[in-house]
Design a protein around this ligand. Structure first.
Ligand SMILES: Cc1cc2nc3c(=O)[nH]c(=O)nc-3n(C[C@H](O)[C@H](O)[C@H](O)COP(=O)(O)OP(=O)(O)OC[C@H]3O[C@@H](n4cnc5c(N)ncnc54)[C@H](O)[C@@H]3O)c2cc1C
Length: 435
């Protein structure tokens, strides 16, 4: 490892590696520093890696649509085959249930139309073609599991759904991150593991690099915070957190794996199901399982975590609640006594929309607050951050004259000011993992 770089990137998750690849392509000599043992071992490894388009803002849909093409184009985009294998996109399609939470998908349909995403309207009476042994009752507004009315329908029928065929998930999020690291290395990027950043160096009013736990100093005029659920720790180290209008905090999330109903080959035939009526999403998982996550209904407790290095990794009532909700829709879902799945952390922002921005410390940038919904966007974020950093280092004042990023596959321009740390809370957000 050299001691001088053009840029140090803190974190080697899917987004940190994406930033490295894109900066290396622009000629920056980069170093990613990660305290874990390999790329993608942080919250990326717990990701459900779902690729879907129904965000609550037009910008959210635009990013997801653009990201989709990077995944379709994966080996060509990376220009390098990983000897460990390449992650693949499983194009299963997605069924998105209409609910009052997503305003019956009216705004989503407008954005899908604008971005040329095809979909079918599915009437309630046709949902049995999609969901095995479907129960059409509505449970909105949802109840928490200890509410006496939990599990009681609130109306006899949901409003139908959209079927979006161009959706699915990535086979292995950790492998996909390794793919990006291999590609970045081929462009000259360096990576160091089991190395913890403990301080941000400053000189002449700007960032000057990082100090590691073993005392090593690495000099660099640019430092990028891509530390996932530790993002607030790094922002505090840099002294930039206090002046930010939008802040980030780690939140615990549980993901359940439960066996598919008897006689259903969900691993082969299943798809992504986003059911805002019960407040859950799901997708097929290896072993003929339903993988179930929460869409964070308002009634559910938020599991904020004070210390991302030391939190309770056991399953809680969140798990039980999600599985029972899914079983309300998929009547024959098997509910095992033994809990199986994943516990991990979101890096949650105040409005569940990420911060892709500079900071008040010149040379210090951040791609943080990914709020459980930015895996799919990682390659686009890498390209966008590299463009933003390049532009700011050449003198742009991004706060007063926001960088405009060209989405190369969908051929549109995105105002990166949308992701500003100093924005007002975006009230269009779902304030959930849907973004
Ligand atoms: C349970 C779960 C399910 C999800 N499902 C989806 C989904 O289906 N679709 C979707 O689009 N998104 C999903 N996400 C979100 C997505 O996975 C994240 O947005 C994405 O993985 C974040 O990547 P990252 O590189 O920013 O962070 P991370 O992968 O967390 O990487 C951050 C890295 O920084 C390192 N680090 C932190 N502090 C330091 C330090 N001081 N020194 C050195 N290194 C440090 C950590 O070790 C870590 O490796 C999900 C997330 C979770 C937790």
């Amino acid at each position: 490892m050299q001691k001088k770089y053009d840029a140090v990137i803190i974190g080697s998750g899917v987004i940190g590696c994406g930033v490295a690849f894109e900066m290396a392509k622009r000629g920056y000599k980069t170093l990613n520093v990660d305290k874990l043992g390999d790329a993608g071992m942080g919250s990326t490894s717990g990701s459900c890696a779902i690729i879907r388009f129904h965000y609550s803002t037009a910008e959210g849909v635009a990013m997801a649509r653009e990201g989709y093409y990077y995944w379709l184009d994966w080996p060509k985009y990376l220009e390098k085959r990983d000897p460990d294998g390449m992650a693949t996109f499983r194009n299963t399609g997605a069924l998105v249930i209409k609910t009052p939470v997503n305003k019956n998908l009216a705004r989503v349909k407008t954005a899908l139309n604008e971005f040329g995403v095809g979909y079918l309207e599915v009437e309630p009476e046709d949902l049995h073609h999609y969901i095995p042994n479907v129960n059409l009752a509505s449970y909105f507004p949802q109840k928490w599991v200890d509410d006496p009315e939990f599990g009681q329908p609130t109306a006899h029928r949901i409003n139908g759904a959209l079927w979006v065929p161009e959706s699915g998930y990535i086979s292995d999020p950790k492998l996909s991150t390794h793919n990006v690291m291999v590609a970045a290395r081929a462009k000259g990027a360096d990576f160091v593991f089991k190395a913890e950043v403990t301080d941000i160096l400053r000189k002449d009013g700007r960032t000057a690099g990082v100090r590691l736990a073993d005392g090593t100093k690495i000099e660099a005029p640019v430092v990028v915070n891509v530390a996932g659920p530790h993002s607030y720790v790094i922002n505090r180290m840099a002294g930039v957190e206090e002046s930010m209008n939008i802040k980030t905090r780690p939140m615990k999330q549980e993901v359940a794996h439960v066996p598919a109903p008897e006689g259903v080959d969900w691993e082969r035939d299943g798809y992504m199901l986003s059911d805002g009526d019960i407040g859950c999403y799901s997708r097929p998982e290896v072993g003929n399982y339903f993988l179930i996550g929460s869409e964070d209904p308002e009634c559910d407790p938020r599991l904020w975590v004070d210390n991302p290095d030391d939190y309770d990794m056991n399953f809680t009532d969140q798990y039980k609640c999600m599985v029972m909700r899914e079983a309300m829709r998929v009547s024959d879902l098997r509910v095992p006594n033994q809990y199986q799945g994943v516990v991990d952390l979101y890096d949650c922002s105040d409005d569940w929309i990420p911060i892709y921005d500079k900071s008040d410390l010149p040379g210090f940038y951040m791609a943080v607050g990914t709020s459980g919904n930015q895996y799919k966007n990682a390659p686009v974020v890498g390209a966008m951050m590299a463009g933003l950093i390049d532009s700011c280092e050449q003198g742009r004042d991004h706060d007063s004259d926001p960088f405009q990023f060209y989405l190369k596959y969908t051929r549109r321009t995105l105002d990166v000011g949308f992701y500003s740390r100093n924005r007002e809370i975006n009230t269009d957000s779902s304030f959930s993992v849907i973004g």
